[in-house]
Design a protein around this ligand. Structure first.
Ligand code: ATP
Length: 359
């Protein structure tokens, strides 16, 4: 069931379109991540969902009701923003119960509800503390509890982990996801961090330049990026520019085969993408096998990146710790790009490419 639906939402500032005709359905009880690079319009979109900005065009529908112009305080949405903005002069419990107090809820009920929420975010016994006596992670949990106090219909979070260090951020991602699943609350998280989106989300909406590039499950998006931009933004990809030729793709002097003949007219300019972990290094005869010279070895512990100079360009191949230990700088090797691992796209404008740099 769809809890919240955006239809043709647009937001312009002067001539610039911060959000450009975006339509997204947010299923009931699911966590959706809005993911994209800085300036792609995710915060602007979230602020329109929250009722903090009015769209220039389009509609926002909640459970069949048009709420496009409903002000924020009349939407039952919980919000956590980048800076948690807790009230420093109030205790933890008073912070959590703040909205209920303002709404005139009897004190005993506020205390009971706040205590229950503090239990939920694993802060039992912290109710009487001052905000200044909490760690970053604990403050973040208070902000989450506060946002949940009014039993929101939709939970909105904008880069909620950005103030936390890397280790704590990963812990909090798991914690937040488990909490969201337990409560079954429709949740939207804005992030520019693909690992954060992959960790928490049922669905990821990838945005670029105010538009939706792709929406799908984390695995769908990783395995089947709809555009070259998505292939480079989610995970890593080797990109090769080529020309369609009789169902194959010619890159330099090499014609690379695809799982089925490419559906492009001869001479069409295309881009191929291949994940580094999909490239195989072995001597066996195979299709799409080329020779390469190792120009750099990057040992990352569980995996090794081999940077390679090949007739189809500079590539990076990722090897498991148990493979290719004997490969050394300067070695000549055979590498295979399995046809089923190749993704093909119309050539993407350079400014939208986010591939990786091979040495
Ligand atoms: P970040 O991750 O850096 O926060 P974002 O994806 O959330 O980026 P937005 O903050 O939504 O991006 O901004 C989208 C575009 O709209 C940017 O180009 C930004 O400069 C512009 N923009 C946002 N708010 C305003 C405003 N109030 N007035 C003018 N331009 C704005």
């Amino acid at each position: 069931m769809c809890a919240l639906a955006l239809k043709d939402i647009r937001k312009t500032y002067g001539d610039a379109r911060a959000v450009d005709d975006v339509s997204i359905n947010f299923p009931q009880g699911e966590l959706t991540a809005l993911l994209g690079p800085s300036g792609c319009g995710k915060t602007t979109l979230l602020r329109m969902i929250a009722g903090l900005e009015v769209p220039t065009a389009g509609t926002i529908n909640l459970g069949g009701r048009d709420i496009t112009r409903l002000p924020a305080h009349r939407r039952k949405f919980g919000m956590v923003f980048q800076s948690f903005a807790l009230f420093p002069h109030l205790t933890v419990r008073e912070n959590v119960g703040y909205a209920l107090t303002i709404a005139g809820t009897p004190k005993a009920e506020v205390v009971a509800r706040a205590n229950k929420l503090l239990d939920l975010v694993q802060l039992k016994g912290f109710g009487d503390r001052q905000i200044g006596q909490l760690s970053g992670g604990q403050r973040q949990r208070v902000a989450i509890a506060r946002a949940l106090a009014q039993e929101p219909e939709v939970f909105l979070l904008d880069e909620p982990m950005s103030a936390l260090d890397a280790k704590l951020r990963e812990e909090m991602q798991v914690e937040l996801r488990l909490l969201q699943q337990r409560l079954g609350i429709t949740t939207i998280v804005v992030t520019h961090d693909q690992r954060e989106a992959m960790t928490m989300a049922d669905r990821i909406v990838v945005m670029a330049k105010g538009r939706v590039e792709q929406a799908g499950s984390p695995q769908e998006i990783y395995q089947w990026p709809a555009t070259g931009f998505v292939a480079g933004f989610i995970g890593r990809a080797n990109f090769m520019d080529g020309l369609a030729e009789n169902g194959k793709i010619r890159v330099g002097d090499v014609a690379l085969a695809l799982p089925k003949p490419a559906n492009f007219v001869n001479g069409a300019s295309v881009q191929l993408a291949c994940r580094p972990e999909a490239i195989r290094l072995d001597a066996a005869e195979s299709v799409n096998r080329v020779q390469g010279t190792i120009t750099f070895v990057r040992d990352l512990g569980p995996v090794r990146d081999l940077h390679l100079d090949t007739p189809i360009g500079k590539l990076v191949a990722e090897q498991g710790a148990d493979q290719g230990r004997n490969h050394r700088l300067g070695d000549t090797v055979y590498l295979t790009l399995p046809p089923e691992a190749l993704r093909i796209y119309p050539r993407v404008p350079a400014e939208l490419q986010t591939g990786m740099d091979a040495k």
